[in-house]
Design a protein around this ligand. Structure first.
Ligand code: ADP
Length: 175
């Protein structure tokens, strides 16, 4: 039936992760303690015009998870309705991170719609760490595009990947 053979409580943490930040990593670390297995669902939908391809984002997330030394986490790409993906993974909970008030309205609406689609899968929110809560992938990319220092927001390897991509895009140093 499902695409996942693990037993116990399975959680799905979905996102774009373009790129994965220290805020995401914190949610992964904390979320992995709440479930027996955490599936990180990396959306492969290109409509958000990401800086990194789906394969690149999946590889980056896998590398970060390995660096965190967490063993009950799996990284899977998906291009489907979130609820369908969660059902396929036999998940009973969807995990999301919540930053200040900005995320609330969208997340509240999405959780409500998902509940209508499948009421047996709960959406659970982890409050962003106070120090990491301003971090957003979108801002990380903007800062990097203008040559700013992103080392407080992403891991050193992700920082290198972002700088390299920005260089490839030929934007470094433009003003
Ligand atoms: P999406 O495209 O679904 O917004 P993101 O990769 O931006 O994907 O985010 C995935 C999840 O991680 C969302 O629940 C988002 O609220 C959460 N998140 C993003 N940045 C942070 C952060 N700094 N702290 C905690 N949670 C975060």
């Amino acid at each position: 039936m499902g695409g996942n053979s693990a037993t116990g409580r399975i959680g799905v943490y979905p996102g774009t992760f373009d790129p994965i930040t220290l805020g995401h990593a914190d949610i992964i670390r904390r979320g992995s303690k709440l479930v027996d297995q955490l599936i990180i669902g990396v959306t492969t939908n290109m409509s958000k015009n990401p800086m990194f391809t789906a394969d690149e984002r999946i590889a980056m997330v896998r590398r970060e998870v390995a660096a965190l030394g967490i063993h009950n986490v799996e990284v899977v790409g998906f291009n489907a309705l979130l609820m369908k993906f969660a059902e396929k993974q036999n998940a009973s909970v969807i995990l999301r991170g919540l930053r200040a008030v900005a995320d609330f309205e969208y997340e509240y609406q999405m959780a409500g719609m998902n509940q209508q689609l499948n009421s047996s899968i709960e959406t659970a929110f982890l409050m962003a760490d106070v120090c990491l809560q301003p971090i957003a992938s979108k801002l990380v990319k903007e800062i990097a595009l203008f040559g700013g220092d992103i080392s407080r927001f992403v891991s050193p390897v992700v920082r290198q990947d972002v700088i390299q991509r920005v260089t490839e895009m030929g934007r470094l140093g433009d003003d």
